[in-house]
Design a protein around this ligand. Structure first.
Ligand SMILES: O=c1[nH]c(=O)c2[nH]c(=O)[nH]c2[nH]1
Length: 309
């Protein structure tokens, strides 16, 4: 079958809208060999480029198109040439390269997921054995338009629980309300969080991305543990506020927190008293509590729906 080119005809009542392209989910594992001691960075890197791409859509001219295959190769070559100091730094290198080396490309967005590996402590030779840490996935999104940077970092699937110091009562009751007031409940959630840096231009000193991540995660967890919670909303706010107060480089934090309900099991039929000891961990439905916490005077730029960021 012959495919006819589809030229953009003047007068055609059709316009090309937002578009981007690139290679998604490049899985790259970089080993740094420090004698017998090895270090691992394990990333999933997605490249999305945009710019003067009207012609490829209108008439199939590829004259401005750097192949997605090349963007994949660049990820692997950069892992060798520049190493991977952090997800953010790696994304910055890539974004800068695509925008500055290709005239038609005006904007690059690099998304990174990072999987962490912990060293297996053992008595054998070398330090090259790891166990995949089954905790959160670290996230970074770097966007560059040739002038300014937007760096949003984050994490997903960080599961936390407080087995007490959580209450929920005094809520609105209507004719459909059956929820009993809780004065001592489990509070558990699977944290999905994104935070935006106020580093936007090369003239500013960039944050130390690794320290920033570790400290932000620590503040988030400490706030979760230390807040006596009257609602998951209040806990969320404290987690965000703690980050904004302690990390000068961060202006905005957004959370999506599923309330992982734990219901007390009725043991009366068995003649047993359930003294807040035996729970049924429900997986669905779940309350979903989402909010942004901002530094005063700074804009809210992280989108409400975190599923695609
Ligand atoms: O922390 C909570 N916030 C709510 O808004 C809510 N709603 C609900 O049924 N349980 C809870 N818990």
């Amino acid at each position: 079958m012959t495919v006819q080119p589809s030229p953009s005809r003047p007068g055609r009542p059709v316009l090309l809208g937002q578009n981007q392209y690139g290679k998604a989910e490049n899985r790259v594992v970089r080993i740094t060999r420090d004698g017998d001691t090895h270090h691992i960075k394990d990333l999933n890197v997605s490249v999305a480029l945009s710019g003067d791409m009207d012609d490829v859509h209108h008439c199939g001219s590829n004259a401005n198109v750097l192949p997605t295959d090349t963007t994949k190769n660049t990820v692997y070559a950069f892992a060798k040439e520049h190493g991977i100091a952090s997800a953010e730094q790696f994304g910055i290198h890539l974004a800068r390269h695509f925008v500055t080396s290709q005239e038609p490309i005006h904007r690059a967005r690099i998304r990174v997921e990072e999987y962490s590996w912990e060293r297996i402590e053992h008595h054998g030779r070398g330090a090259h054995s790891f166990v995949r840490a089954n905790q959160e996935t670290r996230l970074a999104q770097i966007t560059y338009d040739g002038t300014s940077w937007e760096v949003v970092s984050g994490l997903k699937d960080l599961v936390v629980m407080n087995s007490t110091d959580s209450e929920f009562h005094g809520f609105v009751k209507d004719k459909y309300t059956t929820l009993p007031e809780a004065h001592d409940r489990i509070l558990a959630t699977q944290v999905s969080a994104r935070w935006r840096f106020n580093w936007t231009d090369d003239a500013q000193q960039a944050p130390d991305w690794e320290t920033s991540y570790a400290e932000t995660r620590r503040h988030m967890l400490e706030a979760f543990a230390e807040t006596y919670s009257l609602s998951l909303q209040q806990t969320l706010y404290e987690m965000g506020a703690r980050i904004v107060e302690h990390r000068d480089e961060i202006d905005e934090v957004r959370f999506s927190l599923p309330n992982k309900h734990h219901f007390l099991v009725d043991l009366e039929p068995f003649g047993l008293k359930n003294d807040n000891e035996v729970y049924f961990a429900a997986d669905r439905p779940y309350g979903l509590i989402e909010a942004t916490v901002l530094r005063e005077g700074r804009p809210q730029l992280i989108p409400a729906d975190l599923t695609n960021l």
